[in-house]
Design a protein around this ligand. Structure first.
Ligand code: HEM
Length: 156
């Protein structure tokens, strides 16, 4: 059966393939612009959404960040997110759902021995029709918690 699990109803607003552009900044790096493709796929008959994204630098198309993970319903008005990054960073989040907006706050960030230091991450995703806006904050490399990414994607 390929039907989405009924427990995914509250997260269905995320499902689809999304493309768009974003910008990034942090005190320790040069600001940058990027293009992104993100795909949210319901697990067939299972209560999770598979999430994958990849990005390229705007202009020269150089591959930048990519990541993949799972979003799970997390009880009443809640959600959970687990993400692995090829840079050796793993994030475990719980999220608050409010209609078609979810804000994930990291419960745990774990690093492989050679990963850059990241201690806290928050990700806010909101969908209005076929437009997704997200913002990501992090505390990393000794800097206080602040915005790293902002993007606007369109469901294709
Ligand atoms: C759309 C996704 C993302 C893009 C396009 C992106 C892009 C970048 C770029 C271009 C840099 C500059 C240095 C470099 O080229 O490596 C950077 C640095 C960094 N990013 Fe991201 N990033 C993304 C997501 C993330 C996420 C999810 C995290 C952590 C949760 C993260 C953590 C960092 C850290 C810690 C640095 C290094 C800062 C430093 O060394 O001073 N990034 N990112």
């Amino acid at each position: 059966m390929n039907r989405a699990h009924p427990d995914l109803d509250s997260l269905a607003f995320l499902v689809g393939t999304w493309k768009g552009t974003g910008s990034g900044r942090y005190p320790t790096i040069e600001p940058f612009e990027y293009v992104e493709e993100a795909v949210f796929t319901p697990g067939p008959g299972k209560p999770f959404i598979l999430y994958r994204q990849r990005t390229r630098r705007a202009g020269d198309g150089e591959p930048l960040h990519s990541e993949s993970g799972y979003i799970r319903p997390g009880g009443t008005e809640g959600a959970e997110l687990v993400i692995a990054q090829p840079t050796g960073i793993v994030e475990v989040h719980t999220g608050d759902l409010c209609g078609s907006r979810v804000r994930f706050r990291s419960r745990d960030v774990r690093l492989s021995p050679t990963a850059v230091e990241v201690s806290r991450v928050e990700r806010c995703i909101s969908v209005d029709g076929h437009t997704m806006l997200y913002r990501l904050w992090m505390a990393a490399v000794g800097q206080p918690f602040q915005v790293h990414l902002e993007a606007e994607l369109t469901r294709v």
